[in-house]
Structures are given as structure tokens and as C-alpha cells.
Design a protein around this ligand. Structure first.
Ligand SMILES: [Zn+2]
Ligand SMILES: [Zn+2]
Length: 161
């Protein structure tokens, strides 16, 4: 987990403000508040199903439809970032969390975060070359994490015995 970036508002306040500022202002429901507070209680990469299961485990009553709808709004509001990996959509904090990229383990589906100064430079250089107004990028390195590759080589050794 990377060190967080200081922000002026709590995620809850920022989302309330977003809902109120829409052309058709929307009510901030208790379910949505529980969801925002739950999501922002820890930094994580999760998909909608995982969130549904975890919130159920915590006895937080939020309907499936509300979870799906609210995740979309949280992305629009700049609170969450969407990560598309293969056919799955993951979410993670954007608000109050620094820009970073990921290594994704194909075996255990772990995501490892990294920051590298060259990423910014590459993005800027390529944008300039194409006279392209860059707004961001997604970059995922796929492979097998250290733990999984160790477990695999241990298994291979045992298979040989
Ligand atoms: Zn792994
Ligand atoms: Zn991340």
C-alpha cells in the first residue's frame, strides 16, 4: 500500500457534494453512506461481487443493484478508479491515493502496486509526439508473483521425488 495523499474532504462529503451538484440532484442514502465508508476503510482492489460478499459478511445491508449503480457513480465522482483486467472490472481508491500502476498475478490474482518515475515521462513524451491531450493511462504487468512461482517450483520438486 502506498502512502495516501492528503485531501480536504472526507470521501463521504465528496460523494454527497457530487450527488447534490448533478443536474438532477440525488439523495445520499444510508446504504450509499455505508458503502462509501466501507470501501474507504481500507485500500483494496476489488470487483463488485467481492464487495457484495464482504459487505454481507459485515452485516451491511446493501442491495446488489445499489452496489452496481453506486460503483459507477463513485467512479464518475472521482472517488474510485476502474481497472479492467481481462474480462474483469476491479475498483480501487482514486481520491486521496497516489497515481500508480500494477503487477497482476495470473495465478492468485494478487495486485502489486508500483510507482516508477519513467511512467510519467513516457506518458508525456508519447502524448507530445501525437499532439494528444493525455488524461491518464492503464498499464498492467501480467505474470506470476514471487510466492506463486516459489510454490510452483516447490511442487515441481515434490513431484520429482
Ligand atoms: Zn500469485
Ligand atoms: Zn492499486
Amino acid at each position: 500500500m502506498l502512502p495516501s495523499v492528503s485531501v480536504s474532504q472526507s470521501p463521504e462529503d465528496k460523494f454527497r457534494e457530487y450527488l447534490a451538484s448533478r443536474s438532477r440532484p440525488q439523495r445520499f442514502t444510508d446504504q450509499q453512506r455505508d458503502m462509501v465508508n466501507y470501501i474507504f476503510s481500507k485500500h483494496n482492489h476489488f470487483d463488485a461481487d467481492q464487495l457484495i460478499d464482504e459487505m454481507k459478511d459485515e452485516s451491511l445491508q446493501v442491495s446488489r443493484a445499489t452496489i452496481y449503480r453506486t460503483l459507477g457513480k463513485l467512479v464518475d465522482a472521482g472517488l474510485l478508479r476502474r481497472l479492467e483486467i481481462g474480462s474483469r472490472t476491479y475498483y480501487e481508491h482514486d481520491y486521496g491515493y497516489p497515481q500508480h500502476d500494477h503487477l497482476f498475478c495470473e495465478r492468485c490474482r494478487k495486485m502489486i502496486e508500483f510507482q516508477h518515475p519513467l511512467m510519467d515521462q513516457v506518458q508525456r513524451e508519447i502524448g507530445d509526439q501525437h499532439h494528444f491531450q493525455v488524461q491518464g493511462h492503464s498499464f498492467v504487468i501480467r505474470g506470476i508473483c514471487n510466492e506463486c512461482s516459489r510454490a510452483m517450483s516447490t511442487k515441481r520438486r515434490l513431484d520429482l521425488v
